[in-house]
Write a protein that binds this ligand. Structure first.
Ligand code: AMP
Ligand code: TRP
Length: 327
């Protein structure tokens, strides 16, 4: 069985973009792969976090994992900070990463742009992400389009380590969905849908009330035409809404175009809102049950135990190969 690993940061609310670009694939892959899914809390602190907010968000994202359908009996679900080997291998890989490589990362450029002071962790973030993946010798990493560059660096680091110290790491492949790899903002189709956008109307949060979801979709920006047609070049807003529709309904783009042929945007948007609500409402119900039940802590403890077993094997090998003395 191929091994899969991925993670999401517990910083702010998860959006429909996170669900379609990442979580939905996590759930699908658990049936046919050996999966490791974590909440990357160590990555979250690369920008300032209020401790109480970090605690709440970490619990919320973990609960959303389970509520979305991740099954602790099938996948190993854990917090990055519960497995100390991430920080350990992260440091070792940082020493193998070139400054120039990190300087080229677009996520770093975006997140540091215009900031007066930027923590060094935001810069070395990709080396920690490489450690996350290489610790488990993952074959596949399901992520949205924006993480492709980080995956390339991970592959380069794995090659570099293997060449310098002997064959150790599996070279991972990104797994990026064909439709929905990049869900765009509802108010501006040139920006990806993001929880950090100050305009609440620009994103659908996974925990938004159905009434709020309907309102946000009815207000989503479209062009002045009336043709429901997938054409990202000329109709980026409508194409984005079609991607969302396709992902939430399981219908193909062609089916959706045919369904709304000659009808204009009104009926299309109305149905789209219902498709999104139909996906998110059951997840929200399970989410509240899970948060109430307290079962999360057991799941995360067991997940961390399983993950640590694998992670420790890798760190032991890496230390030997790099020349650290055994205890
Ligand atoms: P982040 O919220 O940046 O930690 O992202 C977590 C995962 O969700 C990553 O795999 C991202 O690539 C994915 N993701 C985030 N935003 C979007 C989006 N707007 N469209 C598609 N995937 C996304
Ligand atoms: N950098 C990823 C993001 O912002 C989160 C992440 C951290 C991750 N470690 C990972 C994703 C390992 C996949 C695999 O979305």
């Amino acid at each position: 069985m191929k091994r899969v690993l991925s993670g999401i940061q517990p910083s702010g609310q998860l959006t429909l973009g996170n669900y379609i670009g990442a979580l939905k694939n996590f759930v699908e892959m658990q049936h046919s792969h050996e999966c490791y899914y974590m909440v990357v809390d160590l990555h979250a602190i690369t920008v300032p976090q209020e401790p109480a907010a970090l605690r709440e968000q970490t619990e919320a994202v973990s609960a959303l994992y389970i509520a979305s359908g991740l099954d602790p009996a099938k996948a190993t679900i854990f917090l990055q900070s519960h497995v100390h080997q991430h920080a350990e291998l992260g440091w070792m890989l940082t020493t193998l990463t070139y400054m120039g490589e990190l300087e080229r990362m677009t996520q770093f450029k975006d997140k540091s742009a215009g900031k007066e002071s930027v923590g060094a962790g935001l810069f070395t973030y990709p080396s920690l992400m490489a450690a996350d993946i290489l610790l488990y010798n993952a074959d596949l990493v399901p992520v949205g389009d924006d993480q492709k560059q980080h995956l390339e660096l991970t592959r380069d680091l794995a090659h570099r380590f293997n060449q310098r110290f002997g064959d150790t790491f599996t070279i991972p492949e990104p797994y990026i969905p064909k439709v929905g790899a990049r869900i765009m903002s509802l108010d501006d189709a040139s920006k990806k849908m993001s929880k950090s956008n100050p305009n609440q109307g620009s994103f659908i949060a996974m925990l938004d009330d159905p009434a709020v979801i309907r309102k946000k979709i009815s207000r989503a920006v479209t062009d002045s035409g009336r043709e429901v047609k997938y054409d990202p070049q000329n109709k980026p807003e409508v194409s984005n809404l079609i991607s969302i529709y396709a992902n939430c309904s399981g219908k193909s783009v062609a089916e959706i175009e045919a369904l709304y042929d000659g009808q204009g945007y009104g009926p299309f948007k109305k149905d789209l809102a219902e498709q999104v609500v139909a996906v998110l409402e059951p997840i929200q119900q399970r989410y509240h049950e899970i948060r109430k039940s307290g079962e999360l802590y057991d799941i995360l403890r067991q997940g961390a135990e399983r993950a640590a077993e694998q992670a420790e094997k890798t760190v032991k090998t890496v230390k030997e190969k790099m020349g650290f003395l055994a205890r």
